[in-house]
Every structure is written in structure tokens, then in C-alpha cells.
Design a protein around this ligand. Sequence first.
Ligand code: ADP
Length: 373
Amino acid sequence: MLWLRQLRWKLFLSHVLVIAVGLVILLPTAQFFARNPLIGTGDPSFSPPSEFSPTANPAPTSDLFQSTLEQALLIAGFAVLGAAVVVSLFVSRRIVEPLQELTLVSGRLAQGYYRERTLIQSDDELALLSRSINQLAEALEKTEQRRLGLITDVSHELRIPLTVIAGYMEGLIDGVVQPEPQIFAMVHHEAVRLKWMTEELALLSRAEAGQLRVEPRLIVLSIVIERVVTQFQSQMASQNLTLEVNLPNDLPPVLADPDRVEQILINLMTNAVQYTPSGGKITVFARSLDPFIEIGVVDTGVGIPVEHLPHVFERFYRVDKSRARQSGGAGIGLTIARHLVYAQGGEIWAESTGTGHGSTFRFTLPFYDSTFK
Ligand code: ADP
């Protein structure tokens, strides 16, 4: 009898119920007055008929019978009306009260009170509506928490280089710090870091708002990969790192945005170079895994403890906060990379067998589909 719990059936049955109640009252009332026609006429000579001597009283006249019946119906009508009002009030209260609660809660949500929830306990459409309003409230609350978290994280990240710059500048003004080239170099380094961070943050906020523009076109991946590794060659040479690039000749073309793919690779390469000590090796490869192409950056660096692997793509997540701080990482690069991969229909993940065992970052991009329009 699940259908009985649906609101439309409830409404329908409530009307049927009202009519039924009316009839239940009307019929016995009419019967009663028909059997006792002189009740209520005010005739003082009236005495109720005897069941056992039907001839004791004369048969009622048609006029009398009619007026009695009309009176009966009038009384019954009022009784029906009263009953209908009671039933309708009861039914509509059961419908209107939850609606009032839903209105109140949605109004509070609109005002920014995202912790509000409806507490409707039933199995009808109102409960479904209540559940979806609660889901909406949960989503809003999470978004709000993320927004507040982002503000806290961003202000924290920006405060550090600003504090360093302000500290050096104050020292220089007060004459406590000597105006030497390495001091200016440090201030310059922090200013560059600040600039880079604001650019990354702008990119991150666009990515998190789903506003990253991706313009896919048919690209030859090996060209993009070669372009990226060339950018890192001198830095790798200065850090005494070896580079290996493994690209099969028959790599199929992919449908992707070359600038965005370059950005992903730059972020992965930056980390590989950053977290691989001198003498290490970085390998970049691509291979076809129908219907995707897998691209990977493998390093022999510090590695990532297994318990941290699921979190490295989270915003501002750093495995070793002190080490990352020295090397300038803010924990944004992989988050941006993940957004860029997702926006192009791929997947990205990290692999490592633990500290000191190096890391592998892989991502996929879909093959070019010739039927794609
Ligand atoms: P960051 O700017 O701090 O490098 P990312 O989002 O790029 O931020 O990386 C998040 C964290 O993941 C880093 O702080 C680091 O702890 C870890 N990580 C990323 N890539 C590597 C890597 N190749 N080797 C070791 N740890 C890495």
C-alpha cells in the first residue's frame, strides 16, 4: 500500500473521506426523521409511534413528511458541514504545517544559515522535498566551509612572504640589517614567490569555480612533452639530475588543450625537480592505453609516505610542511593539475612506495575520436 503514502492520494482520500462522513451522518439522520416524522414540529399532541401497534397513530400527511424531511436534511447538512470542516482542518494542517516548515528553512538558508535542516518525518512527497532541501543545505554548508577554509589558507600563505619582506625592510630602515646584495636577493625571492602565488591562487579559484577555459584540439603529445622538458634542462643540469624521455613513435593524437597539458606537465616536472636530490633521475613517458594515452613523470626523489598519497591533490596539502616551505611550495600545483586533467576528461593519480623510494605521477587524456564533432 505504498501508493497510499503519496500526497495526491492522501488529498483524494481526504475528499472521499469528507463525503463518506457526510453520508454516514446524513443517512441515519434522514432515516430517523422519516421513522419519527413529528419530532421537532413543536406539536404538543405528538407521542412517538408504538412499534407494536402501527395503527395506534394515523399515517403522517405528505406535507408534514416533507417538512420533516427538509428539517432532517438541514440538520444533517449542518452536521456534515461541521464534520467536513473538522476533517479538512485536520488534513490541511497535516499538509500545511510541513510546508510552512519547509518555507521557513529555505528562507533561513537563503539568509546564509546553512546549518538549518528540516525535520519532516513521513514517507510522502513532502518528505522527499524535505530531504532534497536538506541535501541542498549540506552542499551549501560544505561550499561555505571550503570558502572559509580557502580564505584562511590563502591569508596564511600570503602572510609568510609578506612578513619576511616587511621584516627585512624594517631592518633596513632601522639600520639593523645591512643593505647587502643577499638581503635584496632574499626580499626579491619572497616578492617573486608572492607574485607566483597570487597567480597560482587566481588560477586555483578559477579552477574551483569551474571557470577554467579548456580549448581542446587535435595535438601531437610528443611536441608538447619535448617543449616542457626543454624548459627544465638547464635547471636539472645545475641540480645534477638526469632526464630520460620515453615516447613511442606511434603515439596516437589526443584531443586536448596544448597549453593546459603543458601546464600539467610543468607542475609535475617542477615537483619532480624540487623533490629529487642531486644525482637523481627523472623519467617522462607516454604510452597508449586505448582509449586513453597515459603520461607519466617518474622521479627517484624523496618519495611520498603511502598514507599521504590520497591527499596530495588536495588544496594546500603538503607532506612535509617545513621542507615544502623552504622550497617554496604552497600545495596548489597538484590541485590545479587535477582540475586541468579532469576538465579534459582524464584521470590523475600518484604512486610511491614510501619515503626515499621516489614518486610517480600519471595522468590520462582521451584519444582523439574521429567521430567527435
Ligand atoms: P607544492 O607546491 O607544495 O609542491 P603540490 O600541490 O605541487 O604543492 O604538491 C603537494 C605536496 O605533494 C607537496 O608539498 C609534496 O609534499 C608532495 N609532492 C608532490 N610531488 C612530489 C614529488 N614528486 N615527490 C615527493 N613529494 C611530492
